[in-house]
Design a protein. Structure first.
Length: 347
């Protein structure tokens, strides 16, 4: 494993806009509270800013609810420690995440995914994604990969996995559901951040750094690297996309661009590996780059977020129940291999 880079924080802002559902692959039955065994175990540590807060029980309840949703979806036997804080942040910032990223060669990263796929044939999304890597970005392996520590740990490589998720105490959050139309969905926001902790969403692309910090510092950690989701970024069948231009189409696909699972965001004010606004859709996806107040969509194994994490090695349970479980959206950002990424959303 390559040595750590210096730690950095890369703030990514997102504006408040209500987004709707985007196209997603049909992925089977819904996982939920009835899941009998949780192999993934996210272990929370509550900072004094939470335990000393007058709403500590409600805040911790929202965190545990989000964790329960994520734990109930993925079968990988791995423990993911996350520290949660409740501190003031900049205006427009809802939640943010900091974590470590690591440099792996393309060949080594693909070999780790291949081994995971061989051990888990139930993850057909990953198998399809691996079979189509030759059609995607960096297929010649010329660039290294920037991979989140918890994803590497899941793939069998010991890596620093100290993620910190901060909830902006200045914002109006609903700690439970249903969520009023004038408040933000904290459970959904936490689920978005936890996806990033696992290496998905904004943590899965280097494009924000390439368009930002790499301009002045081309030797920075994320420069000339790909993120885990950049390998599945397409503009058309057999046509990979690796552009930060606002007028470019880019979508998540695991079959060489034939199937559009969900459109990626191309607005530089948000994470390029988060999801794009679907127009006048019925709700807000968990990984949308721009959302507003109100309740987010449920996070199930029919959600595009589920396919997103399957494609980077998070495996489904071989047998599932059909009890639906609440789930939803949030935020995070890109980061560097020492320390990591901050994500924000604006009202």
């Amino acid at each position: 494993m390559h040595e750590l880079c210096p730690s950095v924080r890369l703030p990514i802002r997102r504006t408040g806009r209500r987004l709707g559902l985007l196209s997603a692959m049909a992925l089977g039955t819904v996982l939920g509270a009835g899941q009998s065994a949780h192999a993934l175990l996210i272990t929370p540590t509550f900072d004094a800013s939470i335990t000393g807060n007058g709403n500590a029980a409600q805040i911790e309840g929202a965190i545990n609810s989000a964790i329960g949703t994520i734990d109930g979806l993925y079968s990988n036997v791995v423990t993911v420690p996350v520290t949660f804080t409740f501190n003031p942040a900049a205006a427009g910032n809802l939640l943010s995440t900091s974590q470590f990223f690591f440099d792996r060669t393309y060949a080594n990263y693909v070999s780790l995914l291949t081994a995971d796929s061989a051990a888990h044939p139930e993850n057909t999304v990953l198998a399809t994604a691996l079979a189509n890597l030759s059609k995607g970005n960096n297929s010649n392996g010329a660039r290294d990969m920037a991979i989140a520590g918890n994803q590497l740990t899941m793939l069998g490589v010991a890596a620093a996995a100290n993620a910190v998720v901060n909830i902006n105490s200045n914002q109006m959050f609903a700690f439970a559901r249903p969520v009023p139309s004038n408040q933000f969905d904290l459970i959904g926001g936490l689920e978005h951040e936890l996806n990033e902790v696992l290496g998905g969403g904004g943590a899965g692309s280097t494009l924000n750094s390439i368009a930002g910090s790499c301009v002045a510092n081309p030797g920075g950690f994320f420069c000339n690297k790909d993120g885990s989701l950049d390998l599945y970024r397409y503009s058309a069948p057999n046509t990979p996309s690796f552009s930060t231009a606002a007028n470019v189409t880019s979508f998540l696909s695991v079959d060489g661009g034939v199937t559009n699972i969900v459109n990626f965001n191309q607005n530089s004010n948000g994470d390029f590996a988060d999801f794009a606004p679907p127009g006048a859709g019925p709700g807000q996806l968990i990984q949308n780059a721009f959302n507003s107040t109100g309740q987010d969509e449920a996070y199930t194994n029919a959600s595009p977020e589920f396919a997103m994490l399957e494609a980077i090695g998070w495996n489904p349970f071989a047998q599932v129940v059909t009890t639906p479980e609440p789930g939803t959206l949030a935020l995070l950002g890109t980061s560097l291999l020492g320390l990591a990424a901050l994500r924000r959303r604006r009202q």
